[in-house]
Design a protein around this ligand. Sequence first.
Ligand code: NDP
Length: 419
Amino acid sequence: MSRVLVIGCGGVASVAIQKCCQVSDVFTELCIASRTKSKCDALAEKLKGKTATKVTTAQVDADQVDQVIALIKSYKPDLVMNIALPYQDLTIMDACLACGVNYMDTANYEPEDTDDPQWRAIYEKRCKEEGFSAYFDYSWQWAYKEKFEKAGLTALLGCGFDPGVTQAYCAYAQKHEFDTIDTIDILDCNGGDHGYAFATNFNPEVNLREVSAPGSYWENGHWVEIPAMSIKREYDFDQVGEKDMYLLHHEEIESLAKNIPGVKRIRFFMTFGQSYLDHMRCLEDVGMLSTTPINFEGHEIVPIKFLKALLPDPASLGPRTKGKTNIGCIFTGKKDGKDKTYYIYNVCDHQACYREVGSQAISYTTGVPAMCGALMLLTGKWTTPGVHTVEEFDPDPFLDALDKHGLPRSESHDPALVK
Ligand code: NDP
């Protein structure tokens, strides 16, 4: 029996909300709150008569701490699920602390305006000290650790698929398969085809920033940074086939390097088709990925926001996307003194997701883990106060919940390794 406030009503949130409504004995009451209330109302209408969960809606600008505090005070939830954008992480965490409520999200903080001089000074210092230049990192949210501990509250960070399930796979490998893990390769393959020459599978702004940034990986205790898309490998994915994949920086590398003792190397690869890469490179070359406002015929325009307005809405890709995703982790290490390899992954079918919740697999593979993470917090399985990433908790009940709610695991004890 619990009341949950979900902030955001985009592609990922609408899957998470529909999945919460399939588990009405835990999610008894749910409020959908977002910037555009009409989207929340439309989803509530779609759910009418299909769930025992009592669904209400509200309008909130989550950039404004006071508005989030007022909403939490009036709704009195047991948990706030932040499924808006990474830009709102800190304001929503502040509001949760002010009201004494547990918090969770699906992506770590990054600022909307990367030209903000105050943010930029801290960012440039971090780049020098840590050795990676992504706009996002955990330092901003880890800084809340003591405050959440003292308040006896839990903040669960990055509980989508990657970050999220990939870290649970690492905790599972550590708990059940290895005495020591030497290397982790996280492989994110989207074998889906939506028929457009260019479109992004989730929020274009967040997606394009991530993909066009330099890549990096963790090796022997430090970061190695490389030019964007400069390390390419091929891999033959179960139920998808052979794909090109590229090494990217990804947020879970940072927390795994802290939490998997003795790990020597962590890399993250994502598959991209040639058409996607050609379009992205061209858009970048002409300045369309810039977050710096320009003046156009008397109007201030942020190029990447303008591009977002032109691209297909990721939520509209559902009916067109065919094929499967395959996301998982390959490990090397030792068990009982012997060398060992292990691969744990999930395969998800775009069309099956569409039939179930009206979305493609990218939103589905993020929304289902968000619901399962909330389930862990609400049913007392994950309770440690403080600010935590997924690998810090017991992976077993979480992976069991994913198996049951649409993202079952597959395993191989003799996988092909990535060169
Ligand atoms: P969308 O752009 O589809 O949805 C974002 C939602 O947040 C919209 O409903 C939007 O409202 C709302 N929103 C934006 N700003 C505010 C604000 N100031 N106040 C209140 N609501 C706001 O994004 P996605 O659903 O694709 O992504 C959601 C999150 O999931 C992102 O943080 C993304 O990075 C993360 N993600 C994580 C993955 C993982 O595996 N861990 C994978 C994919 C995504 P409006 O309708 O008004 O725009």
